[in-house]
Design a protein around this ligand. Sequence first.
Ligand code: GLU
Length: 417
Amino acid sequence: MISNSVNPFEEVKKQIDIIKEKIGIDPSVAEQLKHPRQIISVSIPIKMDNDRVDIFMGHRVQHNMWRGPYKGGIRYHPTVALDEVKALAAWMTFKTSVLDIPYGGAKGGVICNPKKMSEDELERLTRRYTSMIIDVIGPFKDVPAPDVGTDSQTMSWVMDTYSSIKGYSIPEVVTGKPISLGGSFGREGATGLGAAICTRNAAKKIGLKLRGARVAVQGYGKVGFWSAKSLDEMGCKIIAISDTGGCIVNKNGVNPDKVKEYKLKTGSVYEYKGCKNIPSDDIFELDCDILVPAALENCITDKNCDAIKAKIISESANGPTTPAADQALFEKKIFVIPDILANAGGVTVSYFEWTQNLNRDRWSLENINRRLEERMNIAFDGVYKVQKSRDESMRTAAYILAIKRLEEAHLKLGLFP
Ligand code: GLU
């Protein structure tokens, strides 16, 4: 989504320049990171259930592969735009670098409204899109995963289409699959759990007790739900949840599972029992300790950031904060855990899934969650150390860490030819 006239890819380029100024990275590294390596745009013809043929625009943006194969989700949403997918792909490059996992960054997007399409239409769309990008994806080239509007079923269709065309079963071409197809235990909740682990680290740093800490979660899809559930299990109180239908507030806390059940039945969290109902956007102004943006980009802006009362913002979504708001939050001394760190649990467990697939192996949930926690803690500490030593925001520190690693990799690789 591009709102508030913020073009996310222009902001990515500015961010790279800021880091270049601050730490003096190689100018060619900065320039290359400002240009995605390859962009594939396709017009996807799909026979709809009413027999009409509709055309959907789709993209796959491959941003960088110095540190490993391209990696990133596929988004289905009506507001998908090419510059948005470019930004999302670049954020994947930085995210995999912050977590030090051996991937580059990519992202896919199709302009469609999955909520208004039938299962059959979505299957045809996914299979045709996969067939149109088949030459550029692959287990060692570019490994897609779910994102907004896609899920494990979507990944099953990608795997089946890819395997059918290649002539043998290739589960490692995608991550985020169902367990029955080689998906990993813990993948579904990984983004939310990773964000909760970062939040616990941040709380410790500012002396906030997690037990009883009041949490507001904006967006209640997979990531919002699992963030709420993980924080609830750590002892926090989920006092507000919003989605596009509205926002529910209960000072005593709600049960994340029960709210999810209710949403599955009614389509929204709105008017869940025992809660006060307020407009969705009012969630940002609530008196709470932890705010978890878990929806789309550009939700925290210069218009609403002054009203934010949270002590910690844990960015489960990609790009939820505009640059102007980011600066204001830094000045307000709010502890912002940036998206490229906070929501990296998803791609981390995607990496575990890929590793298991390549080894024809399966790890237990305890093993996966232990490894995830270890990786998230190491990444958090690494970013925090840079932040402390340079007196920067956590976001700037995360970019410094990510871009330094990318520079190091590139300088070793050299430039072909
Ligand atoms: N779509 C998720 C993200 O933005 C996961 C990507 C992946 O697992 O490759 O991080």
